[in-house]
Write a protein of this length. Structure first.
Length: 187
């Protein structure tokens, strides 16, 4: 996951894009959720416009109630520690201004499900202007909540590391970064 973000971010920088929209390819989210904010231009008022599954106006068809409660609990806990109103520690639909990516702060971040958590921590640490927006997120393939609990504990541990030494957490090398890509179609 993080590796594909890095490739996309690098591509956007190399091609002088103004913004990049990342939508995870797991068919759980829909690009349609961000379109109204692009049409009314409100999304462009922020360095990062972050989709949130757990806020007023969001819809989560197929989500297990335990997962929903767990996410609300983790988001509330982290909001208290970070003194920010966190609505989602990482959904799969985000729009980011490419200008803030140019220093490639994201390269040390892990290439796993925690990538978006690192990204959010960086956005807070760098005092960027970001906002959450509600989205619809389908969860049709839930098998177990065990991974959710493990992931929640891991994110809470990351939060403590961030609170006590944000710079160390955000800059320690956690990932392999020798990604290549081929353009298969260009419009």
């Amino acid at each position: 996951m993080g590796g594909s973000h890095k490739v996309a971010f690098n591509y956007a920088i190399e091609n002088n894009y103004d913004y990049i929209i990342v939508l995870h390819g797991d068919d759980q989210g829909s690009i349609k959720d961000i379109v109204p904010y692009i049409k009314d231009k409100s999304a462009f008022n922020y360095d990062a416009f972050l989709g949130a599954r757990f806020m007023k106006g969001s819809k989560t068809p197929g989500y297990d109630k335990i997962r929903i409660i767990g996410n609300y609990a983790v988001n509330t806990f982290i909001s208290i520690f970070l003194r920010k109103n966190i609505k989602d520690m990482g959904s799969g639909l985000n729009m980011i201004k490419v200008e803030i990516l140019k220093n490639k702060f994201y390269l040390p971040f892990r290439n796993d499900l925690t990538f978006n958590v690192y990204l959010l921590f960086y956005l807070i640490h760098a005092k960027t202007n970001f906002l959450f927006f509600p989205l619809t997120w389908r969860e049709d393939d839930q098998i177990s909540n065990a991974k959710v609990f493990k992931q929640g504990i891991h994110i809470i541990k990351m939060t403590f590391k961030y609170v006590f030494n944000a710079k160390k957490l955000l800059t320690e090398e956690n990932a392999i970064n020798n990604f290549e890509y081929n353009i298969i179609y260009k419009n």
